[in-house]
Design a protein around this ligand. Structure first.
Ligand SMILES: [Zn+2]
Length: 251
């Protein structure tokens, strides 16, 4: 077979995947060729053992692999893709905190199980807001317009160097997050907004499930602590060096 080392690698792979335990059943040339075509469409290095991976990382084999299976093309081929959305950069960015980003992403899709949604699903529950007990608990009310949330946002925005203002709906928040600001680094805005949403949602759940409450002032202190820890841990990363001083600028 003219496949050289690559053919040898395929044979090893074939044996690993298809040979019965305790016996070896080498493929013939046709099978190697068919397997090669199959592997071209779905092969990834995840299938390799550490020894094979090291072997494939040397010289010719690595060159052949890079020519046949560029990682980017393989990834693009394997994953389902969809058109880019305008809010992606407001949620997924390098250095984000997974639990913050996930909660924000779920909120952005309006998939958080707020009481208004649970009632709409037919559940017989009390529909008013966990935080203020005055309005129906929808996403926008709970996370943006509630009296409790407004106090937390007021402090978060003050720390970002902004005077008090209210996001009239979720789209306004996303637009603000996506827009560049001269005075506030974009990454700091994202981190603080993600943390604010996460802490508000956690406070809501604490009240709903544990009957424990925290004041808006105490919640803002928790946010400050989270932001400090986060910025301190990332202070040597490219693009993060000045964020800690920006956060302290309005303390
Ligand atoms: Zn409320």
């Amino acid at each position: 077979m003219a496949l050289g080392r690559w053919g040898s690698l395929l044979q090893q792979l074939w044996l690993r995947l298809y040979s019965p335990p305790g016996g070896e059943c080498p493929p013939n040339d046709l099978e190697v060729k068919a397997f090669s075509n199959y592997a071209s469409s779905c092969f990834t290095r995840l299938f390799l053992s550490p020894q094979e991976d090291r072997a494939a990382s040397n010289g010719e084999s690595r060159l052949i692999m890079l020519q046949c299976f560029p990682q980017r093309m393989t990834w693009e081929h394997l994953r389902p893709s969809a058109p880019k959305v305008n809010w992606a950069k407001a949620i997924w960015f390098k250095g984000s905190v997974p639990k913050f980003a996930f909660t924000f992403w779920t909120a952005n899709l309006d998939r958080l199980p707020v009481r208004a949604r649970l009632v709409a699903w037919g559940m017989n529950i009390y529909p008013l807001c966990c935080l203020c007990n005055q309005a129906t608990e929808s996403r926008d009310h709970l996370l943006l317009h509630c009296e409790y949330s407004e106090q937390v946002w007021e402090e978060s925005l003050r720390r970002l160097g902004h005077t008090r203002f209210v996001f009239h709906n979720w789209s306004a928040l996303i637009t603000w997050l996506s827009s560049a600001s001269v005075s506030t680094p974009s990454k700091l805005k994202l981190i603080v907004c993600h943390a604010t949403i996460y802490l508000l949602w956690r406070e809501r759940n604490n009240r709903h499930f544990n009957s424990s409450t925290t004041t808006p002032t105490a919640l803002s202190r928790q946010l400050d602590r989270s932001a400090r820890d986060l910025l301190l841990a990332r202070r040597y990363r490219k693009g993060w060096q000045r964020l800690l001083s920006s956060w302290f600028a309005h303390s």
